[in-house]
Ligand binder design. Structure first.
Ligand SMILES: [Zn+2]
Length: 304
């Protein structure tokens, strides 16, 4: 019996190795990109995400192990618009050496991109704040995966269409949920400017203590300005972000006498498989859809 189990386990292991060997080897950067590529790629793709939950993509420096993973990959997807500021050179070099490298945001039309004045001459990279706009990145993923695995083209296109629908559905769900928040309270105060697209999509005024990228830290003047603003608006709550140091927001909360309404996922999803409950349903915060649900429920419950 023991031998039989060992034999079966051996066979299963061999089958698994064979299956994963046949899969398209893909490397991704941020958790939102990783989830998107996994959702579109399904069983034909083996995805390694370089950045985990809680990791700040603005500050992420590739480790030597990452370079090896990238070199072994058949296809690479990153977010782009300078989100991964410290990896841009590496991607450029990889693309030049003939590697299939895609910035998923390249399929976002320029007319849909935001260019906030404080980020002089650069696009705002936080596109996933608007789920419908983020769904436009899926066509790049379908194209990139099909280039690496041409036999899977139809499979990727079909799955991609389903993922687009799920992003648009969660967008509609969010609009409905937000109607519970009085218009005067539709103001989102957070650590850094990750929510411009979110604000535009969902009708929120967005105020960040820190600038657009987390590379610069909030100064005392930024904190004082935010405190005045919150008092003037009589806001009920402000929010910390999972991938950004909460110190500045905690200071603002204390000085303005306003509560912290919860933690939002801004530049990274949560832990895959971790279920949160809100508005009477459970969702996996390690997925993009679960991330949106968590953020919307947290914001609505704190401001309504
Ligand atoms: Zn950011």
């Amino acid at each position: 019996m023991k031998r039989l189990i060992a034999l079966t386990t051996g066979l299963v292991a061999a089958a698994l190795t064979q299956a994963s060997a046949a899969k398209l080897n893909v490397v991704t950067t941020s958790t939102m990109v990783t989830d998107m590529v996994k959702s579109v790629g399904g069983d034909r793709v083996s995805v390694v995400g370089l950045m985990g939950p809680g990791v700040d993509p603005h500050l992420y420096k590739p480790a030597s192990g990452d370079v090896v993973k990238l070199q072994r990959a058949k296809v690479i997807f990153y977010s782009g618009l300078m989100l991964e500021g410290r990896m841009a050179d590496l991607f450029f070099r990889m693309a030049r050496s003939g590697k299939k490298v895609y910035a998923v945001t390249e399929s976002i039309p320029e007319s849909d991109r935001l260019e906030p004045p404080e980020f002089e001459g650069h696009w705002d990279p936080h596109v996933w704040g608007d789920p419908t706009l983020w769904s436009k990145c899926i066509s790049t993923v379908v194209e990139g995966l099909s280039a690496g695995d041409p036999a899977g083209r139809e499979y990727f296109a079909k799955r991609g269409a389903a993922v687009v629908k799920s992003y648009k559905d969660v967008h509609q769900w969010a609009l409905k949920r937000i109607s519970a928040v009085p218009k005067a309270q539709r103001v989102l105060v957070t650590s850094h400017d990750a929510f411009n697209y979110f604000g535009k999509a969902f009708g929120f005024q967005v105020v960040a203590v820190q600038g657009l990228s987390t590379v610069t830290e909030a100064g005392l003047a930024d904190i004082a300005k935010t405190v005045d603003f919150i008092k003037g608006k009589k806001l009920k709550a402000i929010f910390v972000e999972s991938s950004v140091n909460p110190a500045a927001i905690e200071r603002v909360s204390k000085d303005a006498g306003v509560k912290i309404g919860g933690e939002l996922f801004s530049d990274a999803c949560g832990k895959p498989g971790e279920l949160h409950e809100g508005n009477g349903e459970k969702y996996d915060v390690g997925t993009f859809v679960g991330m949106v649900k968590h953020n919307i429920n947290t914001i609505v419950d704190a401001l309504k």
